[in-house]
Design a binder for this molecule. Structure first.
Ligand SMILES: [Zn+2]
Length: 345
């Protein structure tokens, strides 16, 4: 089957009370790792690329790699998502490249750094929804500002400043009605990157109560958790054991993500854990076999290490076993559904 609209996966996940991991990629090995994990667990898949990933790989390489993933895995529904589009233009170019889902992150201005006004966010998100939905393409938006910086994108908020930018549930209700977005990234205290928390997060810093309240107000909106790597100690230890230097850090515990899934989180973004797995595996080969110089000597174990961590997340989020059961809905069909659903504005 061709790439599927992300909305179809999220709707199905909501009906069946599970979450879908959205894994970031920059290259062939990462796509292969995700597809190996998906095959072994029979999971539907969201693969996402940031602006940085698109410029690193060049859109054409990325597009053809994704088409290869589809060709080699005809029984697995795969959605291709633009992570953190900084402007409508970025989202439109992703749609032109065949992405079946885009994130319009209007929580920040198009520099990807400066927190934007609510009105700006509504305006750019609505523009993207109006262009994407007729093509059947899914739109994720963000309200509130996530902490940290990823691929140069993020306001880099910490502490009290980050708390001031948590998603306001009442405003979320208004925002979804005003924009018609399919999924909403919420700021609940998570942040991008490896350094999320200095100790195991408690309810004061990881605000699951915000998720519960948004879900109560918007039971049909799919929430997205960004910055949701768990930063497993064992992966950090491998890096440090073989000459790396990653200081003490804590991610989002898998149990907290599972709690979020019970309260309407349907998409969970994971990037850091894959990066840690890859880096640890490569460092280990370099340390143990200093004579090795064939890239396959270290890329194969790197790919296998990422597949393991992705597999563990797919099982934990509940998407395993569902690949064959997701309804088959094309972009064209989805476009017709949006047309029929659209309220007169
Ligand atoms: Zn993010």
């Amino acid at each position: 089957m061709p790439l599927v609209p992300m909305r179809v996966l999220l709707d199905y996940a909501a009906e069946n009370d599970f979450g879908v991991g959205a894994f970031n990629v920059n290259n062939m090995e990462q796509i292969q790792a995700i597809m190996t994990a998906a095959r072994e667990t029979e999971s539907p898949v969201i693969i996402q690329a940031s602006r940085g990933a698109r410029s690193y790989s060049d859109d054409a390489y990325l597009r053809h790699l994704m088409l290869a993933a589809v060709e080699l895995n005809p029984d697995i529904p795969i959605a291709m998502h633009q992570d953190h589009g900084n402007s409508p233009a970025t989202c439109f170019s992703a749609i032109d490249q065949g992405f079946t889902s885009v994130m319009m992150d209007g929580s920040l201005m198009d520099d990807g750094k400066t927190p934007a006004s609510y009105e700006y966010n509504v305006d750019v998100t609505r523009q993207v929804v109006e262009a994407a939905h007729p093509k059947g393409v899914t739109v994720e938006a963000e309200l509130g500002c996530l902490g940290g910086i990823e691929d140069g994108h993020g306001a880099g908020l910490t502490g009290a400043e980050a708390l001031a930018h948590l998603t306001d549930p009442a405003q979320a209700e208004e925002f979804v009605a005003a924009t018609g977005c399919d999924a909403l990234a919420v700021a609940i205290g998570t942040s991008h990157g490896a350094y999320k928390f200095t100790k195991k997060p408690t309810g004061e810093v990881l605000r699951m109560d915000v998720i519960k309240e948004i879900h109560r107000r918007l039971p049909n909106t799919h929430m997205v958790m960004h910055g949701s790597s768990s930063v497993p100690r064992e992966l950090v230890d491998i890096i440090n054991q073989y000459g790396g230097l990653i200081s003490e850090t804590y991610g989002v515990p898998v149990e907290e993500i599972q709690l979020g899934i019970q309260h309407g989180v349907r998409k969970i973004n994971v990037d850091t854990d894959s990066r840690l797995a890859i880096t640890g595996a490569i460092r280990k080969v370099f340390a143990e076999k200093p004579g090795a110089f064939d890239p396959r000597d270290y890329l194969k174990p790197a790919r296998a290490a990422m597949a393991e961590v992705v597999k563990a997340r797919m099982i934990a989020f509940g998407q395993a076993g569902h690949a064959g059961k997701v309804p088959k809905v094309s972009l064209e069909e989805m476009g017709r559904r949006y047309h029929d659903m659209a309220p007169a504005r």
